[in-house]
Write a protein that binds this ligand. Structure first.
Ligand SMILES: [Zn+2]
Length: 294
């Protein structure tokens, strides 16, 4: 049986300005960024998986996610992650760039996952363009995490295009996207993802969208906990900070996409809070009011 599961991020960006060189002005480029809701949902009947089985969910999954130990694991310690010197200017460079930050994430998350009662396993990373063959679909045009294979599938052409138009913005989009998808892998390593699947199975259509927004906003939140804890060493300061801020403040659902990732307002709020707090305690989207995950 095909198992379909993808937390997808699709970034559609148009730059009205920007050349191949680092901009010398601090003003953000004119950018339209949308995180496209493309979360195909795992079939609840799945019996087998190649990933480590998440911690069994033995209580109400809504309560489980809203009271998870992950929120009590404390601030994330910096791993002094260094951003790759060479940016994602072509396919090979993009692969190296994504692998570099993924290696940092592999150092940052084990303590937090273990403290949350999960079992850490480094997720895989596949960098692709065009389409990719996975149990979660071919994901044209978007990055996604597939729980079935416990692998992050990073789509590189869009990041390369951003980089060529605005190198700093391209770096921040690529870094944030890997961190976001890694956040999904943390959700599935800690049982949050399994609980989401259970909740979704019984939900109405609107309820499913709400659950998807909680899942996606949490993934971005977790990603930004990591970026915030490494902001100094990674160089998310000055103009790079402005480009990071622009990205997170302008990522979110836009018409006519379904409302499954959260509004740009919601996305920015969770992202900024996480970056400042550097603590998964700031990422409890499951107990948040619907207004905060709109
Ligand atoms: Zn996602």
């Amino acid at each position: 049986m095909a198992v379909v599961a993808a937390g997808g991020v699709f970034l559609l960006v148009k730059l009205a300005q920007g050349g191949g060189e680092e901009p010398t002005v601090a003003a953000p480029p004119t950018v339209t960024t949308s995180v496209r809701p493309t979360t195909a949902v795992p079939t609840p009947t799945k019996k087998t998986t190649t990933t480590a089985p998440p911690k069994p969910v033995q209580i109400n999954p809504a309560t489980y996610n809203a009271t998870h130990r992950l929120y009590k694991t404390g601030a994330m310690r910096t791993v002094n992650c260094k951003q790759a010197k060479t940016g994602p200017g072509n396919g090979a460079q993009a692969s190296a760039y994504f692998k570099a930050i993924k290696a940092c994430l592999d150092h940052a998350w084990p303590r937090q996952v273990a403290a949350a009662g999960g079992r850490f396993r480094s997720p895989g990373l596949v960098v692709w363009g065009g389409s990719v063959n996975t149990p979660c679909g071919s994901g044209p045009g978007r990055a996604f995490y597939c729980p079935t294979t416990h692998t992050i599938y990073m789509e590189s052409p869009s990041v390369i295009a951003f980089y060529k138009q605005n190198p700093t913005f391209g770096r921040m989009v690529g870094s944030f996207t890997v961190a976001h998808e890694y956040g999904h892998s943390v959700q599935w390593m800690t049982g949050l993802g399994e609980a989401y699947e259970k909740l979704r199975y019984d939900a109405t259509t609107d309820g499913q969208l709400l659950l998807s927004r909680r899942l996606e906003l949490q993934a971005s939140c977790l990603g930004n906990v990591f970026l915030g804890s490494n902001r100094g060493s990674y160089g998310i300061t000055g103009y790079a900070y402005q480009m990071w801020l622009y990205d997170v403040n302008n990522s979110g659902d836009r018409p006519p996409y379904p409302r499954d990732h959260g509004s740009t307002t919601s996305h920015g709020a969770w992202s900024r809070a996480a970056f400042a707090a550097r603590n998964p305690a700031s990422c409890n989207t499951w107990s948040a009011s619907p207004a905060r995950v709109s």
